[in-house]
Write a protein that binds this ligand. Structure first.
Ligand SMILES: [Zn+2]
Length: 179
């Protein structure tokens, strides 16, 4: 979830960039990111903006998806000026993995699901993956979440306020809900 002003400009530029990049131009130059595909190294990924892809529900993640966690953290870190959270399908992987930023610290949640929620309120949110916005959303002030951490250890925790809101936004992505 992101700062709506900067993210609008960012999304627009990124959209233009992707359009031009995929156009009928000769592709003799690979970007450094493309060169590392398939390697064990982590890397910053392009954000997916295709609503048809983002509308699909993600599958449960397993330990074999550990690389996705690293890539997602790297991509969030590269977009911290506009983003406070990210879901794996935003980098093209339909697995239930989200990351949330608390400034310097980042939290990884694998196979997260909200098991309790209370205190609904209406708010507006923008999204780095979707053009336009901000959009209306109903969020809950307090949520209890069951998830696995980056080491796939099961956890159950209660979150409130801004952190709870980010988690709810990212878990909507996991469900294929376009915010
Ligand atoms: Zn979003």
């Amino acid at each position: 979830m992101c700062n709506r002003f900067f993210v609008s400009i960012y999304i627009f530029l990124k959209f233009l960039y992707n359009k031009l990049k995929d156009g009928p131009w000769p592709k003799d130059q690979e970007t450094p990111a493309e060169k590392t595909i398939g390697a064990e190294k982590s890397m910053v990924k392009q954000l997916v903006h295709d609503p048809m892809f983002l509308a699909q529900k993600s599958l449960p993640a397993t330990k074999e998806d550990a690389q996705v966690i690293t890539d997602l953290l790297d991509t969030l870190n590269a977009n911290l000026d506009t983003c406070v959270g990210m879901a794996a399908n935003m980098i093209g992987v339909k697995k239930n993995i989200i990351v949330v930023s608390f400034g310097f610290a980042k939290m990884v949640m694998v196979n997260a699901r909200i098991i309790r929620k209370k205190g609904p309120y209406r708010t507006e949110e923008s999204c780095a993956s979707l053009l336009g916005g901000p959009r209306q959303a109903i969020r809950y002030g307090e949520i209890e979440v069951e998830y696995e951490d980056a080491d796939f250890q099961k956890k159950r925790e209660t979150f409130i306020g801004w952190t709870a809101q980010i988690i709810q936004h990212e878990l909507d992505h996991v469900e294929g809900k376009l915010i």
